[in-house]
Design a protein around this ligand. Sequence first.
Ligand SMILES: [Mg+2]
Length: 269
Amino acid sequence: MCAYQPDAELLLPLLRAPEATAILLDVDGTLAPIVKDARDASVPVPVKTALVKLTRKFALVACVSGRQAEDARRVVGAGGLTYIGGHGSELLRPGESEASVDETLAPWTEPVHEAASEAIRELSGLGIRREDKGAVSALHWRGTPDESASQRALESIAVRAEDNGLVAHWGRKVLEIRPPAPFDKGLGVRKLLTGSGIRNALYIGDDRTDLDAFNALMELNLSGELDGIARVAVESPESPKDLLAAADLLVTGTEGVQALIEDLLGEEA
Ligand SMILES: [Mg+2]
């Protein structure tokens, strides 16, 4: 099966007005292939090159990641892009050295980190890896010696976090402990696009958190702030079914994403 089947009708409004179009891309599982240890993730060089070309054609190219914005920029390694990090809680524009962080989340950073420290202390034999992402702490069980035992153990950690007023969020073989304040990729996208003059937006993502961004595009479209929208889901054996169901277009794996980017570039690829 081909990784990417073009949908000319869907992309036409975006390609017709690139000066008013935003291309928004998730990072892990979308631009960077999923790897056992998230710290080892990287974006293939041809994709980096294509991303830089996208910034020359379209009004705005932004990566939207659960990683901290500066970490997302390190992984993607392409200049001229905007980064929304920490699930919509941070914004890093091209040329800026530091991301601006949503100040309402700051008081929750310590309780979140403490909950993650406690989990790592208690579950030390299972090989679960901790990743701090600003306001969020992630506990990864991909590749642990007994993945189902790790997942079961994390279920009780999730319950305790919720009992302590924090939010437990499940992703692809990862439990995230989050502050109880509203922030997600959808709010980040909404904040970025509102008042920007952007009239069309395409979003590509592979996980449940990307559904918030899909919904934001739909709401901005319904309220008349966006004319053309394209919600693209990356299919993999772990894709959440609700993400696939909400998508306008499916591509297969990071190869499919690369093919779509090349299609967006057209003759400039
Ligand atoms: Mg992803």
